[in-house]
Design a protein around this ligand. Structure first.
Ligand code: SF4
Ligand code: SF4
Length: 292
């Protein structure tokens, strides 16, 4: 498949507001030495173990997959003011309902209220639920790909499918795996969301892995209040505030509540301190801007 077709498809993604877009040959995912850290997984994440084979090889999820298009949408930049955004979400339950999100956990809210600790919300949660927004955008991209190549078929993934999105992003050159466990791009930092399309077309040749630029920085490790970062890009989910406040179904342990520092939904500490998230000037798609 010629290169310019990939360039054309990338343009479709940029026209849907994506800040980054890259392609990866599907075989490369299975050939990588990606290992999902399954040690000490909490019960709410046991599905990761059950879907491991598909995550290791996208062709087990989408049998006709030949290449994967992976895109990133920035949701925060240096012009945005966190206190102002947080102020817009003051009435937290109705704010979450308006943005189609499940409400923050009552037990943590009660804990913080009783101690007069102000709430904080992770930046990605200021916009409408991105799963729907990004899926809609990728559906439009796939529609345009199919208008261009009549035999094109694709399967979209946005966070909830058994697809190793972060590994694909890494291998396709969207960024490197930071010590904070997130993909980091030199220009965009890590405040971006990813999603993509597995395609039955052979589009490759763009992949170029990023050099890891964390070097001797350890700021995220030093600032994580629960010491959830292992130092090699892996996260101990059972310690991470983001896991406990957005994914866990189990009761939040008192030790985690006492270290939450007010983070009621998600936690941005290991991104706030990252030097690559300073002075970001990326343009945001209006649909991924905070909605109050
Ligand atoms: S999200 Fe918060 S708790 Fe989790 S690793 Fe980052 S700083 Fe630590
Ligand atoms: S804070 Fe430093 S070590 Fe952590 S992800 Fe950012 S650059 Fe890497």
């Amino acid at each position: 498949m010629p290169f310019d077709l990939g360039e054309k498809f990338r343009r479709f993604a940029y026209e849907e507001g994506a800040n980054l877009c890259a392609f990866l040959n599907s075989k490369k995912i299975a050939a990588s030495n990606f290992i999902l850290d399954l040690q000490n997984l909490p019960a709410s994440l046991s599905y990761l173990e059950k879907t491991l084979e598909k995550r290791r090889d996208i062709r087990k999820w989408h049998p006709t997959s030949k290449s994967v298009m992976i895109c990133a949408w920035q949701y925060w930049n240096g012009k945005m003011k966190y206190p102002e955004s947080l102020g817009g979400a003051r009435n937290v339950n109705s704010f979450f309902a308006r943005n189609s999100r499940k409400p923050p956990r009552d037990c943590l809210m009660d804990y913080l209220r009783k101690r007069n600790i102000s709430f904080k919300i992770a930046r990605y949660a200021f916009c409408h639920d991105y799963h729907k927004t990004i899926r809609r955008k990728l559906e439009k991209v796939l529609g345009r790909i199919q208008e261009t190549c009549l035999n094109a078929k694709g399967k979209i993934f946005v966070d909830t499918s058994p697809v190793a999105e972060k590994v694909i992003g890494l291998l396709a050159g969207l960024g490197w795996l930071g010590k904070n466990g997130l993909l980091i791009n030199k220009k965009l930092g890590s405040y971006f969301l990813i999603g993509g399309i597995s395609l039955n077309l052979d589009i490759s040749g763009f992949a170029e892995e990023y050099e890891n630029l964390c070097a001797d920085c350890n700021l995220c490790l030093e600032h994580c209040p629960t010491k959830a970062l292992k130092g090699d890009g892996r996260v101990s989910f059972e310690k991470c505030l983001s896991y406990w406040t957005t994914q866990a179904k189990e009761k939040i342990p008192l030790e985690i509540k006492s270290k939450s520092g007010g983070w009621l939904y998600g936690c941005d500490i290991c991104q706030e301190v990252c030097p690559y998230n300073k002075n970001l000037d990326a343009t945001l798609d209006p649909e991924l801007m905070p909605k109050f």
